[in-house]
Structures are given as C-alpha cells and as structure tokens.
Design a protein. Structure first.
Ligand code: FE2
Ligand code: FE2
Length: 195
C-alpha cells in the first residue's frame, strides 16, 4: 500500500515536471503516456507503473549534449566511447537518476524502463519492452517515419515482434548513416533472434 501511495505521489510531481518541458517534448511524453496506458493491460503490465515510467523517461531529453556528458561524469556513469560520440544516448540513464533522486521513484523496474528506453538491452522486463516500444510508435513519431507503421501494428500483437522490427530499423539506419551501434542495441536484438 505504501508503495502504491509513493507511486501516486511521484506521478503527480512528474506530471508537473513534464508540463514544464519544451512543448514538442512535452507533447511527445504525453503521447507516450497514452500509448503506455493503452497497451499495458494487453500485456498484463500495471498501468500506474507504466504511466510513471512513461512520464519520466525523457526528463533529461532536452539537455544539451555537453550537459548530458557533464552530468553523466558527475554521476559516475563512466560514459563509453559510443556514448561520448553521441551523448544523447545518456538521457535515459540520467532521466532514471532524476526520477529516483528528485521524484522518489524507488521501483527498480520502472527506473530500468526509463534507463534503457533508447537502446534496449538483453533481459528486459515486459515493462521495459513496453516503454522501449511505445516511445517509438507514438503517433507523433509516425508522422515523420512511415516505416514505423509496421512496428505500431506489431505492438498490438507482440512487444517482442515490435522490438525486433524497431531494432532492425535502427540497425539499417545505422548502416546507411555510418553510425556506431550501442552494445545494448546488439544485445537486445541478439536475444530476440537467438535467446
Ligand atoms: Fe528518449
Ligand atoms: Fe521519448
């Protein structure tokens, strides 16, 4: 009961923080919340935990790359070479940190869902998979990326199938653009292929 009350307190504070984000980011987060709420029951995921993870996942998304790197170093996260080359990769871990430290979120699975929403990882919980997927298939992202429509359709059937589609899309794009692959992307995809 105490856990549930704590989550509800965090939710109200997170809603206030989200309302203060830049408008484009705020609208994205609110659409992610809606998608998380829509799909959570389908996969037996607690709706309140899904909403709290969705509200917090991008709290640090609007920070400048130099600031993300500074915060990650200050927090002892020891950014890798790939993360140093694209500090935006650090915003999930830093958002999770903020959720724990400023908003009192203590649920490790909720924090992991925020931490790994960008790259995925091997061994994700259903909640982590949900947040990874809904972050990328919310209708606002679809408008700029028609290829995401297939992932959105798959998300109604299987989070694993939607993840596989999204990770394949990411790898294709990385090859085309010459981006490095984050090791967690490879681990997440390998697990879905052969795990
Ligand atoms: Fe994000
Ligand atoms: Fe996001």
């Amino acid at each position: 009961m105490l856990g549930a009350m704590t989550t509800i307190g965090a939710r109200a504070a997170l809603e206030e923080a989200v309302a203060k984000l830049p408008s484009g980011l705020r609208d994205h987060v609110l659409r992610v919340v809606e998608e998380a709420r829509r799909l959570a029951p389908r996969y037996g995921i607690d709706e309140e935990r899904a909403v709290v993870a969705a509200l917090g996942h991008d709290l640090e998304r609007a920070e400048r790359p130099s600031e993300l790197l500074r915060q990650a170093e200050a927090a002892g996260l020891e950014p890798s070479e790939v993360e140093r080359s694209a500090p935006i990769l650090l915003h999930g871990a830093l958002s999770a940190r903020l959720m724990a430290e400023r908003f009192g979120v203590a649920d490790e699975e909720v924090l992991a869902a925020a931490r790994y929403h960008t790259t995925g990882r091997a061994g994700m919980s259903a909640l982590e998979r949900l947040i990874f997927v809904v972050d990328k298939i919310e209708p606002g992202k679809l408008r700029g990326e028609p290829a995401l429509a297939e992932a959105r359709r798959l998300a109604d059937e299987s989070l694993e199938a939607a993840m596989r589609c999204l990770l394949d899309l990411h790898v294709s794009r990385a090859l085309a653009q010459g981006w490095p692959l984050h090791p967690n992307v490879v681990a997440a995809r390998n697990e879905l292929l052969v795990g």
